[in-house]
Write a protein that binds this ligand. Structure first.
Ligand code: PEP
Ligand code: MG
Length: 318
């Protein structure tokens, strides 16, 4: 089976009845983009740009960032790149960007909230992405958005840059999306979907915040299961709201590569799965094993269960 999956890695993934789902790769390092393509990734669904910021003693300047982003874009050769803006704070502190001591860093200055405290750094990052992607598609995604206010602030910054940077020096194919990883953003997905170009569900943080379980907790993290029905309901709301506005939805958390979860996510209407590069062939192979109607059944069944274990048991029965 593994060999079969490997041999078919460059084929697009379709369910048995032909429903297409895109499979992209999560990257922490732009130098790994070529490897992801060689494993069959149809794009990068999540570039964790914070690793670029962590690798330097101070925030990398415009040229340094452009060179890095270009490396990934060159390897992708026209395939889409979803670049997440700097997501630090919480579990990912930046030495040169000290945050006041917090009792609850996961509930503190992190993600877009932190980035908006230094708009100059965020603006430089957006400009580097726009310039690096000249002639190619670019998807920019904001982490830890809780409601439309943060999206509007970032959109205004992006619009200003689009007006400032001459068209021939930057990409003209740009989408601005938000990660759905804070429960409020799933609950408010219909308002976000009007102004965001796409959503990508970060099931790692979404599960952490929905269940109030630290994702790295030594004793509790096993209970932080993305197949918990509460998380599935949040994903269902997200997809319905996005599709009602004609927007696409990806999943870029760990759940996207969980073999039991793949049909559930497809059944909920998810359009793209972004997983670690190593898992791309396996996830594509998994998608080829079921019909869309089965997947919708599985999703419906999962949503009626009361605990994550009950969901997993119900999925195994089929
Ligand atoms: C997530 O939260 O699911 C996610 C993809 O982002 P990260 O794991 O980098 O927080
Ligand atoms: Mg996250």
């Amino acid at each position: 089976r593994e060999r079969e999956a490997w041999e078919a890695r460059f084929e697009p993934a379709r369910t048995r009845d032909g429903h297409r789902v895109e499979v992209a790769a999560n990257l922490g390092n732009t130098a790994h983009a070529a490897d992801a393509v060689s494993r069959g990734a149809e794009g990068v669904g999540l570039l964790r740009t914070e690793f670029l910021f962590m690798a330097h003693a101070e925030a990398p300047d415009l040229d340094t960032q452009m060179a890095e982003y270009r490396e990934a874009l060159d390897a992708l050769d026209g395939r889409p790149l979803v670049a997440r803006t700097l997501d630090v704070g919480g579990d990912k502190p930046l030495p040169y960007w000290p945050v006041p001591q917090e009792d609850n860093p996961f509930l503190g200055l992190r993600g877009i909230r932190l980035a908006l405290t230094r708009p100059g750094v965020l603006a430089t990052q957006l400009e580097a992405l726009l310039r690096a992607a000249v002639g190619r598609p670019l998807r920019i995604m904001l982490p830890m958005v809780k409601d439309v206010a943060e999206l509007r602030t970032a959109r205004a910054m992006l619009d200003r840059l689009l007006a400032e940077v001459p068209e021939h020096e930057r990409t003209t194919d740009v989408q601005l999306g938000v990660m759905i990883e804070v429960p409020s953003s799933a609950l408010l997905a219909s308002s976000l979907a009007v102004e965001a170009d796409f959503f990508s569900v970060g099931t790692n943080d979404l599960t952490q915040y929905a269940l109030a379980i630290d994702r790295g907790h030594p004793e509790l993290s096993a209970q932080a299961d993305g197949l918990h029905p509460s998380v599935l309901k949040l994903i269902e709301m997200t997809v319905e709201a996005a599709h009602a506005q004609g927007k696409w939805v990806g999943v870029c958390g760990e759940l996207a590569s969980d073999a039991a979860a793949v049909p559930v996510l497809v059944g909920l209407g998810v359009d793209e799965l972004s997983v670690s590069a190593r898992q791309v062939p396996m996830v594509k192979a998994r998608l080829r094993e079921f019909d869309l109607a089965d997947a919708r059944d599985q999703a419906r069944r999962a949503l009626t269960r009361a605990t994550a274990d009950e969901v997993r048991d119900a999925l195994e029965e089929t």
